[in-house]
Design a protein around this ligand. Structure first.
Ligand code: B16
Ligand code: MG
Length: 229
Protein backbone atom coordinates (compact mmCIF):
# COMPACT_ATOMS: atom_id res chain seq x y z
CA UNK A 1 0.00 0.00 0.00
CA UNK A 2 1.61 3.26 -1.03
CA UNK A 3 -0.90 5.68 -2.46
CA UNK A 4 -3.53 8.17 -1.35
CA UNK A 5 -7.09 6.97 -1.11
CA UNK A 6 -8.91 7.12 -4.45
CA UNK A 7 -11.98 4.88 -4.26
CA UNK A 8 -14.23 2.77 -2.06
CA UNK A 9 -15.60 -0.50 -3.47
CA UNK A 10 -18.61 -2.09 -1.79
CA UNK A 11 -19.79 -5.66 -1.68
CA UNK A 12 -23.61 -5.72 -2.04
CA UNK A 13 -25.32 -8.61 -0.23
CA UNK A 14 -24.84 -8.18 3.52
CA UNK A 15 -23.13 -4.78 3.20
CA UNK A 16 -25.47 -2.39 1.38
CA UNK A 17 -28.60 -4.39 2.19
CA UNK A 18 -29.48 -7.52 4.11
CA UNK A 19 -30.00 -9.79 1.10
CA UNK A 20 -27.57 -12.22 2.78
CA UNK A 21 -30.63 -13.24 4.85
CA UNK A 22 -32.75 -13.67 1.69
CA UNK A 23 -30.05 -15.91 0.16
CA UNK A 24 -30.20 -17.99 3.36
CA UNK A 25 -34.03 -18.23 3.28
CA UNK A 26 -34.01 -19.24 -0.41
CA UNK A 27 -31.37 -21.95 0.17
CA UNK A 28 -33.26 -23.12 3.28
CA UNK A 29 -36.47 -23.53 1.23
CA UNK A 30 -34.60 -25.56 -1.39
CA UNK A 31 -32.90 -27.69 1.31
CA UNK A 32 -36.31 -28.37 2.92
CA UNK A 33 -37.72 -29.42 -0.46
CA UNK A 34 -34.79 -31.83 -0.82
CA UNK A 35 -35.21 -32.93 2.82
CA UNK A 36 -31.59 -32.19 3.63
CA UNK A 37 -30.35 -30.42 6.76
CA UNK A 38 -29.13 -26.84 6.29
CA UNK A 39 -27.88 -24.77 9.19
CA UNK A 40 -26.85 -21.14 9.76
CA UNK A 41 -23.29 -22.49 10.27
CA UNK A 42 -23.27 -24.04 6.80
CA UNK A 43 -24.77 -20.78 5.45
CA UNK A 44 -21.79 -18.78 6.83
CA UNK A 45 -19.57 -20.62 4.33
CA UNK A 46 -21.78 -19.51 1.42
CA UNK A 47 -21.42 -15.76 1.86
CA UNK A 48 -19.72 -14.15 -1.12
CA UNK A 49 -19.45 -17.33 -3.18
CA UNK A 50 -21.29 -18.15 -6.41
CA UNK A 51 -24.69 -19.84 -6.73
CA UNK A 52 -23.28 -23.13 -8.09
CA UNK A 53 -20.47 -23.29 -5.52
CA UNK A 54 -23.03 -22.63 -2.79
CA UNK A 55 -25.21 -25.50 -4.04
CA UNK A 56 -22.21 -27.87 -4.05
CA UNK A 57 -21.45 -26.94 -0.42
CA UNK A 58 -25.07 -27.42 0.68
CA UNK A 59 -25.26 -30.85 -0.96
CA UNK A 60 -21.94 -31.80 0.68
CA UNK A 61 -23.14 -30.50 4.11
CA UNK A 62 -26.31 -32.60 3.71
CA UNK A 63 -24.41 -35.74 2.67
CA UNK A 64 -25.86 -35.68 -0.90
CA UNK A 65 -22.76 -34.60 -2.81
CA UNK A 66 -22.99 -37.38 -5.42
CA UNK A 67 -26.78 -37.71 -5.73
CA UNK A 68 -27.43 -35.32 -8.63
CA UNK A 69 -26.32 -35.04 -12.27
CA UNK A 70 -24.94 -31.75 -13.61
CA UNK A 71 -28.24 -30.89 -15.30
CA UNK A 72 -30.19 -31.69 -12.11
CA UNK A 73 -27.84 -29.37 -10.21
CA UNK A 74 -28.48 -26.61 -12.76
CA UNK A 75 -32.24 -27.04 -12.17
CA UNK A 76 -31.77 -26.93 -8.38
CA UNK A 77 -29.72 -23.72 -8.64
CA UNK A 78 -32.41 -22.19 -10.90
CA UNK A 79 -35.07 -23.15 -8.37
CA UNK A 80 -33.13 -21.45 -5.54
CA UNK A 81 -32.84 -18.36 -7.72
CA UNK A 82 -36.63 -18.35 -8.26
CA UNK A 83 -37.13 -18.45 -4.47
CA UNK A 84 -34.58 -15.64 -4.07
CA UNK A 85 -36.10 -13.48 -6.81
CA UNK A 86 -39.51 -13.76 -5.18
CA UNK A 87 -38.01 -12.48 -1.92
CA UNK A 88 -36.18 -9.53 -3.50
CA UNK A 89 -39.38 -8.35 -5.22
CA UNK A 90 -40.27 -6.80 -1.86
CA UNK A 91 -37.08 -4.70 -1.58
CA UNK A 92 -37.46 -0.91 -1.34
CA UNK A 93 -35.03 1.91 -0.43
CA UNK A 94 -36.06 1.36 3.20
CA UNK A 95 -33.98 -1.84 3.08
CA UNK A 96 -30.68 0.02 2.75
CA UNK A 97 -28.72 -0.95 5.87
CA UNK A 98 -28.20 1.67 8.63
CA UNK A 99 -25.31 4.06 8.05
CA UNK A 100 -24.81 3.20 4.37
CA UNK A 101 -26.40 6.31 2.90
CA UNK A 102 -24.45 8.67 5.18
CA UNK A 103 -21.25 6.70 4.41
CA UNK A 104 -21.85 7.03 0.63
CA UNK A 105 -22.52 10.77 0.99
CA UNK A 106 -19.27 11.28 2.96
CA UNK A 107 -17.28 9.41 0.28
CA UNK A 108 -18.83 11.63 -2.41
CA UNK A 109 -18.08 14.80 -0.42
CA UNK A 110 -14.43 13.67 -0.34
CA UNK A 111 -14.57 13.42 -4.18
CA UNK A 112 -13.62 9.74 -4.16
CA UNK A 113 -14.95 7.19 -6.62
CA UNK A 114 -17.52 4.56 -5.65
CA UNK A 115 -17.87 1.03 -6.95
CA UNK A 116 -19.78 -2.20 -6.31
CA UNK A 117 -18.21 -5.67 -6.60
CA UNK A 118 -20.89 -8.31 -6.08
CA UNK A 119 -20.79 -12.05 -6.72
CA UNK A 120 -24.54 -11.93 -7.36
CA UNK A 121 -26.10 -12.10 -10.83
CA UNK A 122 -29.05 -10.28 -9.27
CA UNK A 123 -26.95 -7.29 -8.17
CA UNK A 124 -28.43 -4.79 -10.65
CA UNK A 125 -32.01 -5.76 -9.75
CA UNK A 126 -31.26 -5.26 -6.05
CA UNK A 127 -29.47 -1.92 -6.56
CA UNK A 128 -32.38 -0.71 -8.71
CA UNK A 129 -34.91 -1.72 -6.06
CA UNK A 130 -32.85 0.24 -3.51
CA UNK A 131 -32.73 3.22 -5.94
CA UNK A 132 -28.93 3.26 -5.51
CA UNK A 133 -27.69 2.29 -8.96
CA UNK A 134 -26.86 5.86 -10.03
CA UNK A 135 -24.76 6.46 -6.89
CA UNK A 136 -21.96 4.20 -8.13
CA UNK A 137 -19.34 4.97 -10.79
CA UNK A 138 -19.08 1.26 -11.61
CA UNK A 139 -20.95 -1.93 -10.80
CA UNK A 140 -19.19 -5.25 -11.41
CA UNK A 141 -21.23 -8.42 -10.88
CA UNK A 142 -20.80 -12.15 -11.42
CA UNK A 143 -21.81 -11.85 -15.09
CA UNK A 144 -18.63 -9.93 -15.90
CA UNK A 145 -15.93 -12.06 -14.31
CA UNK A 146 -14.46 -15.55 -14.72
CA UNK A 147 -13.20 -16.15 -11.18
CA UNK A 148 -15.39 -15.72 -8.11
CA UNK A 149 -14.32 -14.46 -4.67
CA UNK A 150 -11.82 -15.21 -3.01
CA UNK A 151 -10.08 -14.59 -6.36
CA UNK A 152 -9.27 -10.84 -6.61
CA UNK A 153 -10.62 -10.48 -10.18
CA UNK A 154 -13.91 -8.75 -9.28
CA UNK A 155 -12.21 -6.06 -7.16
CA UNK A 156 -9.40 -5.59 -9.71
CA UNK A 157 -11.99 -5.21 -12.49
CA UNK A 158 -13.81 -2.56 -10.44
CA UNK A 159 -10.54 -0.63 -9.89
CA UNK A 160 -9.83 -0.86 -13.63
CA UNK A 161 -13.27 0.51 -14.55
CA UNK A 162 -12.88 3.30 -11.98
CA UNK A 163 -9.44 4.03 -13.47
CA UNK A 164 -7.75 3.91 -10.05
CA UNK A 165 -4.77 2.07 -8.55
CA UNK A 166 -5.98 -0.99 -6.53
CA UNK A 167 -3.53 0.13 -3.80
CA UNK A 168 -5.60 3.31 -3.45
CA UNK A 169 -8.86 1.45 -2.81
CA UNK A 170 -10.80 0.41 0.26
CA UNK A 171 -12.99 -2.69 -0.12
CA UNK A 172 -15.93 -3.34 2.23
CA UNK A 173 -17.14 -6.93 2.75
CA UNK A 174 -19.23 -9.15 5.01
CA UNK A 175 -17.72 -12.47 3.86
CA UNK A 176 -14.42 -14.23 4.43
CA UNK A 177 -14.14 -15.01 0.70
CA UNK A 178 -14.64 -11.30 -0.01
CA UNK A 179 -12.02 -10.10 2.48
CA UNK A 180 -9.52 -12.58 0.98
CA UNK A 181 -10.35 -11.20 -2.49
CA UNK A 182 -9.82 -7.58 -1.35
CA UNK A 183 -6.46 -8.42 0.26
CA UNK A 184 -5.36 -10.43 -2.80
CA UNK A 185 -6.21 -7.37 -4.94
CA UNK A 186 -3.79 -5.32 -2.80
CA UNK A 187 -6.55 -3.15 -1.31
CA UNK A 188 -7.35 -2.03 2.24
CA UNK A 189 -10.00 -4.41 3.65
CA UNK A 190 -12.85 -3.37 5.95
CA UNK A 191 -14.98 -6.24 7.28
CA UNK A 192 -18.51 -6.06 8.69
CA UNK A 193 -18.96 -8.70 11.38
CA UNK A 194 -17.21 -10.30 14.32
CA UNK A 195 -13.50 -9.53 14.95
CA UNK A 196 -12.48 -13.15 15.48
CA UNK A 197 -13.92 -14.18 12.09
CA UNK A 198 -11.99 -11.54 10.15
CA UNK A 199 -8.41 -11.75 11.46
CA UNK A 200 -7.06 -10.94 8.00
CA UNK A 201 -9.01 -7.66 7.54
CA UNK A 202 -7.32 -4.29 8.09
CA UNK A 203 -10.32 -3.04 10.07
CA UNK A 204 -13.45 -4.73 11.44
CA UNK A 205 -16.72 -3.03 12.42
CA UNK A 206 -19.58 -4.98 13.93
CA UNK A 207 -22.40 -3.41 11.90
CA UNK A 208 -22.83 -1.00 8.98
CA UNK A 209 -24.07 1.65 11.45
CA UNK A 210 -20.44 1.94 12.61
CA UNK A 211 -19.10 2.79 9.15
CA UNK A 212 -17.64 6.26 9.70
CA UNK A 213 -15.79 7.56 6.64
CA UNK A 214 -13.64 9.93 8.73
CA UNK A 215 -12.51 7.10 11.03
CA UNK A 216 -11.84 4.61 8.23
CA UNK A 217 -9.89 7.24 6.25
CA UNK A 218 -7.82 8.00 9.38
CA UNK A 219 -6.98 4.27 9.78
CA UNK A 220 -6.15 4.02 6.06
CA UNK A 221 -3.85 7.08 6.25
CA UNK A 222 -2.09 5.68 9.34
CA UNK A 223 -1.36 2.43 7.49
CA UNK A 224 -0.12 4.45 4.52
CA UNK A 225 2.25 6.47 6.74
CA UNK A 226 3.57 3.33 8.42
CA UNK A 227 4.20 1.62 5.09
CA UNK A 228 6.23 4.67 3.95
CA UNK A 229 8.62 4.42 6.91
P1 B16 B 1 -26.79 -14.99 -7.06
P2 B16 B 1 -22.22 -10.51 -2.69
C1 B16 B 1 -23.13 -13.00 -3.20
O1 B16 B 1 -23.28 -11.60 -3.25
C2 B16 B 1 -23.77 -13.57 -1.96
O2 B16 B 1 -23.02 -13.19 -0.81
C3 B16 B 1 -23.82 -15.07 -2.02
O3 B16 B 1 -24.49 -15.59 -0.89
C4 B16 B 1 -24.52 -15.51 -3.31
O4 B16 B 1 -24.51 -16.93 -3.43
C5 B16 B 1 -23.80 -14.91 -4.51
O5 B16 B 1 -23.81 -13.49 -4.37
C6 B16 B 1 -24.46 -15.29 -5.82
O6 B16 B 1 -25.72 -14.69 -5.89
O7 B16 B 1 -27.32 -16.36 -6.84
O8 B16 B 1 -27.83 -13.90 -6.85
O9 B16 B 1 -26.05 -14.85 -8.37
O10 B16 B 1 -22.17 -10.70 -1.21
O11 B16 B 1 -20.90 -10.77 -3.39
O12 B16 B 1 -22.82 -9.17 -3.08
MG1 MG C 1 -21.69 -10.09 0.83
Amino acid sequence: MATDLQAVIFDLDGVITNTAEYHFLAWKKLANELRIPFSKECNEELKGISRMESLEKILACGGRKYDFSESEKMSLAAKKNEHYQRLIEEITPRDILPGIQAFISAIKRASLKLGVASASKNALTVLNALALQSEFDCIVDAKEIKNGKPHPEIFLEAAKLLNVDPAGCIGIEDSQAGIKAIKAAGMYAVAIGEKDVFGNADLVVTTTAELSFEYIKKCYDMKLQNSDK
